[in-house]
Design a protein around this ligand. Sequence first.
Ligand SMILES: *Cc1c(COP(=O)(O)O)cnc(C)c1O
Length: 405
Amino acid sequence: MKLVAKRLDVVEPSPTLAITAKANRLKASGVDVVGFGAGEPDFDTPEHIKLAAKKAMEQGKTKYTPVSGTASLKKAIVQKFKNENGLVYDESQIIVGTGGKQVIYNFFMATLNPGDEVIIPAPYWVSYADIVRLAEGVPIIVPTSISSDFKISPLQLENAITDKTKVFLFNSPSNPTGSTYTRKEVEALVNVLLHHEVLCLSDDIYEKITYDNLTFTNPAMISEAMKERTFIVNGVSKAYSMTGWRIGYGAGHPDIIKNMDTMQGQSTSNASSISQYGAEAALLGDQGEVEQMRLAFLKRRDLIVGLLNEIKGIKCPKPTGAFYVFPYVTGIYQTPGFKKLIQSNPGKSLSKIFCDHLLDNYQVAVVPGVAFGDDQAIRLSYALSDADITKGVSRIQKMVQDLSS
Ligand SMILES: *Cc1c(COP(=O)(O)O)cnc(C)c1O
């Protein structure tokens, strides 16, 4: 008897979650692991948000809510878009889900027909391509590189569009590269998109984490015409250090929202009622701690970029957003020690060999670039203390030394 469906054959388990799990297992067994793997802030959720959730529990707000979210949270989201992005939405254009990830999943389930193409610039967040495949769409991966700051050019976008293209996926600041598009760059992409009948999914989850005076811009903010064909996904996980609360939200055309509501109503129903009250407090409350976290990330970015670039064979661009660096390690692939590792690991991708060797022998967890569509790089999250960043990078340095001799 065949126990499992073919549906999942096209999908890979999330490699970032797998590496974090392995690092955590090692930690639990007493090994001193430095974890650069996890894609989440290391700060505690701000106190006023926790208090709002406690109060919601005490007041008995522990029952089903409308599938697409409480009226008061939707109102707060509408406010957020108006105040922070200058975007006007009606509450019928908002949906609240169990994390940004579920919103992305339901968006593709609600919009794609079998064979519809989705343009995804690489390096990309690990889940995009797999979610598109689950929704019977076809991911069209457009590679970008360190030389273009990991950004897709208008010409690349134009060339990737076919009569099957349904969605262009835009993620700025980006996970895994930290690259952030300037307003001018977004405008140039919008100019291309407006000449075609293509939707844009804008993943704004790192909106609040930008550096170097770069102001956040998404395609919907460029023009009313573009806003009408853009679907925005955002959430509280990264901005407010609330990854475990599982609240994300989306904004877009009411027909899409209606389909997503049906999809959600037949799968998970509403996101946790208690978490929704927490998220409301996050959006409406004091934003001081968000800025504190951003400043801490900024300091750590400068620290880790400086340290990594001191290592021979590593080339680390300075990202303008999020909390990841995506250095190229191709110089290390050329060392005598690494060439031996390649021979003893036939068929394995190089960035995976690099990361497995690093975790198994030097107790440092990082994610192989191949998981994001670029085997030349590795991804390190710098959501950890200065001391751990310094310790972890010096272990990488030690590995490189050992491989070079
Ligand atoms: C973390 C992340 C998300 C969503 O996270 P949730 O916890 O599900 O809200 C979406 N997109 C990117 C690029 C992310 O890194």
